[in-house]
Ligand binder design. Structure first.
Ligand code: ACO
Length: 331
């Protein structure tokens, strides 16, 4: 089966409201110095009244425009998130209504922070099945809707935002921000799921009428364990995808890791011996936006001129589940 897959029109959107580390000093027992030295994060954008689909709409409209595609030309809508507007309807259906599109499949994909990478592989499979596909892939998170702002150990790490691109089995002609998907590798390990959870409201932790939410409703994690697994898994899957494609890390022009934490990125790049000039980092400005982190970083790197025609770019992510994955794209 031919497995051609092209991405185009990388775009991102973040809410207007910015929350700095100094703002957190007023909320919880923390300091700008602690947050900066432990995470590298200086600020993050916080949704005021916007939902997941609101943020997704903005990135999607720009991705469609940059790809020269009318929303009515779409054949599929995939939205990756762990913070959808609601359980039902799914956020992709809400997004489709906002885009003015009807009659095509629209579904949410949840692989936590690895969502966008999983979404690329799903889109690649759809392209193989339906060579005339025109797929909108969006990642959108209002992570702060599932963050306890008084829990200093998680609150300072995350931010809200969205990223999007259009995916097709045929090349996008005359679109500079387009690339070919060379390969994708995905992995997961459910035995480690309890290290990073958002349990409350799920069917195993069902809410009763009138019940108040407790800490289970919000992101809970064993920070140090997550850190270790994130570095190990992203390093290992990067090694595997390079080996599978007869490449070394020196062949990669730009390495774009999940933007969770500067220390995770530094540890990963040190172990993989990646030259600092070849890594893209924007966690300082956005915090960890979960599934949106990779498409935000990709679009940001593109807009900042960090990617040129001919570049081989590697995306690698890790998230709750645990899930992790890597993608090679050729510009
Ligand atoms: N301000 C001040 N002190 C804090 C804060 C804060 N915001 N948060 C925690 N502390 C305190 C703790 O209470 C603890 O105090 P104690 O020693 O009196 O008990 C102390 O700092 C040390 O806490 P640790 O959790 O051991 O701190 P650590 O150095 O491990 O850093 C961190 C915590 C930043 C969360 C780190 O473990 C980490 O980066 N983990 C990775 C987690 C991550 O990025 N997850 C993102 C989601 S998953 C993903 O996207 C991959």
């Amino acid at each position: 089966m031919i497995n051609n897959c092209y991405l185009s029109g990388f775009s991102f959107h973040v809410p207007q409201q910015v929350m700095t580390n100094k703002d957190f000093e007023k909320l919880v027992d923390t300091t700008d110095e602690w947050i900066t030295s432990r995470t590298g994060i200086h600020r993050r954008h916080i949704a005021a009244n916007q939902s997941c689909s609101d943020l997704a709409l903005q990135a999607s409209l720009q991705a469609l425009e940059r790809s020269g595609i009318n929303p009515r030309d779409l054949t599929h809508i995939l939205l990756t998130t762990f913070t959808p507007d609601a359980y039902v309807p799914n956020a992709a259906c809400i997004l489709m209504e906002k885009l003015g599109v009807r009659g095509i499949p629209a579904m949410d994909v949840n692989a936590a922070c690895t969502g966008f990478i999983y979404g690329i592989e799903l889109a690649r499979a759809i392209c193989a099945l339906h060579p005339d596909s025109m797929i909108l892939l969006t990642a959108s998170e209002v992570v702060t809707s599932r963050i306890n702002l008084t829990d200093r150990s998680t609150a300072v790490l995350f931010g809200d935002g969205s990223g999007a691109c259009v995916i097709a089995a045929k090349p996008f002609s005359n679109i500079p921000s387009s690339c070919y998907v060379t390969d994708v590798l995905l992995e997961a390990d459910g035995s480690l799921g309890s290290l990073l959870t958002v349990n409350g409201g799920g069917s195993a932790h069902a809410m009763k009428l009138g019940q108040k939410v407790d800490h289970n409703f919000f992101v809970q994690m064993e920070g140090r364990e997550v850190f270790k697994h994130a570095v190990r898994s992203m390093r290992e899957i990067s090694r595997k995808i390079l080996h599978k494609n007869n490449l070394t890390i020196d062949d990669i022009d730009l390495f774009i890791p999940h933007q969770a934490n500067m220390r995770i990125i530094e540890s990963l790049s040190k172990k993989m011996q990646i030259h600092p000039d070849n890594i893209f980092i924007n966690v300082q400005d956005y915090g960890n936006t979960s599934a949106a982190s990779i498409p935000i970083a990709l679009a940001d790197a593109w807009e900042k001129g960090r990617i040129s025609k001919g570049d081989l770019v590697m995306l690698v992510a890790f998230g709750g589940g645990f899930t992790w994955g890597a993608v090679l794209v050729q510009f």
